[in-house]
Design a protein around this ligand. Structure first.
Ligand code: UTP
Length: 290
């Protein structure tokens, strides 16, 4: 059971980034010089994914253009002998096979995943959110795929969060799998944004999943939940009684780039990782914190 395809929903309205997202998809906002979405696609490529299925919407064409050949730009760079820049551009367009399905209305993340049903077909697939970056040695989604390949059950990536922050995430509850070194949990319950007192644990699901077509059956029966949207969490919560669901505590650092502070944090962290910026950014941070 190989995982060849990844679904990346990018059809949301991106209201937390208005007015920037009035005419630009949130996922195209760069962290330094690379759009957020490219980091996610690179994670997929690093994990052996062969095809990306974007769930897009009106106004999101720039995402597809970004991964397509830019004939005019590439011809100009070639003619001017700008080999380095040409390489940067062609690497993006040759990175991976990209297809798109259209979500006509932003009816929720669950609905977005369901929109990809026929593009996925009858095989397991990965889901990554377009505004959640994870920096790790082994790509986060690869860590989940490895668990899926061994255990043949859907897997969601989870991370520990402070108790007082459970209200921001889908939180799981379950039993640790013996011999997994505390890394794997057989999920029993999944609750969307619980208050700290009623949260089943402090293990939060930020936006990495490996699923099977079973999820489509469950999504088709899922009624609109919180915010009038069809929630992926509501369908995932039914998996423990429908074949099982695992959670894997992934190794890596996650940045919520859909949130303004998370975006600022990611920009600083990524700049500090770049040899050409490291020293100057440190100096700037010192200067501005005085
Ligand atoms: P968010 O909750 O971050 O929503 O969705 P959003 O619309 O992008 O941003 P805000 O909250 O208004 O600022 C998580 C992911 O699910 C996608 C989004 O594009 C984002 O990558 N999504 C959400 C869809 O594709 N369709 C939807 O109906 C909802």
């Amino acid at each position: 059971m190989r995982v060849r395809k990844a679904v990346i929903p990018v059809a949301g309205l991106g209201t937390r980034f208005l007015p920037a997202t009035k005419a630009i998809p949130k996922e195209m906002i760069p962290i330094i010089d690379k759009p957020m979405i490219q980091y996610i696609v690179e994670e997929c490529v690093g994990a052996g994914i062969e095809e990306i299925i974007f769930v897009t919407a009106r106004g999101k064409d720039a995402i597809l253009d970004h991964f397509d050949i830019s004939f005019e730009l590439e011809t100009t760079l070639r003619a001017k002998g700008k080999a380095d820049l040409l390489k940067i551009c062609t690497e993006v367009s040759q990175m991976v096979t990209v297809t798109a399905v259209r979500q006509k209305e932003a009816l929720g993340l669950g609905h977005a995943v369901l929109t990809a049903k026929s593009a996925v077909g009858n095989e397991p697939f990965a889901v990554l959110l377009g505004d959640d970056l994870v920096v790790s040695k082994v790509p986060c989604i690869r860590q989940l795929i490895s668990v899926f390949e061994k255990r043949e059950q859907p897997v969601i990536g989870v991370m520990q969060v402070p108790r007082e922050e459970t209200g921001k995430y889908g939180i799981i509850g379950g039993k640790e799998i013996a011999g997994s070194g505390g890394k794997l949990i057989q999920v029993k319950t999944m609750v969307e944004k619980p208050k700290p007192a009623s949260a089943p644990s402090n293990l939060a699901c930020p936006g990495r999943y490996v699923l099977t077509p079973k999820i489509f059956e469950l999504l088709e029966k899922t009624k609109p939940g919180a915010g009038g949207e069809i929630q992926l969490t509501d369908a995932l919560a039914k998996l423990p009684d429908n074949g099982g669901l695992l959670a894997c505590i992934f190794d890596g650092r996650r940045y919520d780039t859909g949130d303004k502070l998370g975006y600022i944090e990611a920009t600083i962290a990524f700049a500090l990782q770049r040899p050409e910026f490291k020293k100057s950014v440190r100096e700037l941070l010192t200067r501005y914190s005085q």
